[in-house]
Write a protein that binds this ligand. Structure first.
Ligand SMILES: [Mg+2]
Length: 235
């Protein structure tokens, strides 16, 4: 089995060899880890309930990074939170997780900024394609820049967001892939959702498509056998 470095280098060679090459990156749990965003919201909720329920606040504060689940409801359940509080937490989380100031809390998956920059250094373009919506553009751009990702100014790097928050991610990505095909040759993609990486395999069968082994929604979809698995972008 090839090393992560060999797999990533092979994609960069394709970028060098292919005129008008495009590499597509998902954001959440692909280029960015959302763990710190989750932890900040948990800490704020703990502070909000402290006076009524110090015990539950303590349970929430004790949750470590590694214990975070994809869904906040599962994190709450694992922590032993009672049902009513778990529901309040879910509402509290939902009102914050998709808001611009909270996006700045995210850390990066190691090597991502350098890799997206290397695509451009080799004459290709990096597209950030995300299920975040246009209302999150400001925080997303600020977060990309503060971590040293190529500036999504629409030239060598472009940010594609969902037009509306309530549009389903899968349908949005499926539709966006058709538009991408008209803008250049998609030589590779990076995703953390198996169902989404499979969309890329179907639409761009000649490309190299990667699944980040971070976390995903838990939908029972197996990634296509041709998909490469990596843990981050370090070479
Ligand atoms: Mg994602």
């Amino acid at each position: 089995m090839s090393s992560q470095k060999a797999l990533l280098d092979a994609l960069l060679q394709d970028v060098s060899a292919q005129p008008n090459a495009i590499v597509v990156f998902d954001l959440d749990d692909t280029l960015f880890s959302t763990a710190d965003r989750h932890l900040r919201i948990l800490a704020e909720f703990a502070a909000a309930i402290e006076t009524q329920n110090a015990r539950a606040a303590g349970l929430l504060r004790a949750i470590a990074r590694e214990q975070l689940r994809y869904a906040i409801a599962d994190t709450a359940k694992d922590a032993g939170l009672e049902e009513k509080l778990a529901k309040d937490l879910r509402d509290f989380w939902f009102a914050r997780f998709f808001k611009n100031p909270y996006l700045l809390e995210d850390s990066i998956i190691p090597g991502g900024p350098e890799f997206a920059g290397e695509v451009i250094a080799r004459g290709g373009r990096s597209f950030y394609m995300t299920g975040r919506d246009e209302g999150m553009r400001e925080g997303t751009e600020a977060s990309l820049l503060r971590h040293g990702f190529p500036d999504p100014d629409g030239k060598a790097a472009t940010l594609i967001l969902k037009p509306r928050f309530d549009a389903p991610d899968f349908a949005f990505k499926n539709e966006a892939l058709h538009r991408l095909a008209e803008m250049g040759t998609v030589v590779g993609s990076f995703e953390n959702e198996p169902a989404h990486v499979n969309l890329f395999v179907e639409r761009f069968p000649k490309g190299r498509h990667f699944l980040l082994e971070t976390k995903h929604s838990g939908k029972p979809v197996a990634p296509h056998p041709s998909v490469f698995r990596i843990k981050d972008f370090q070479r």
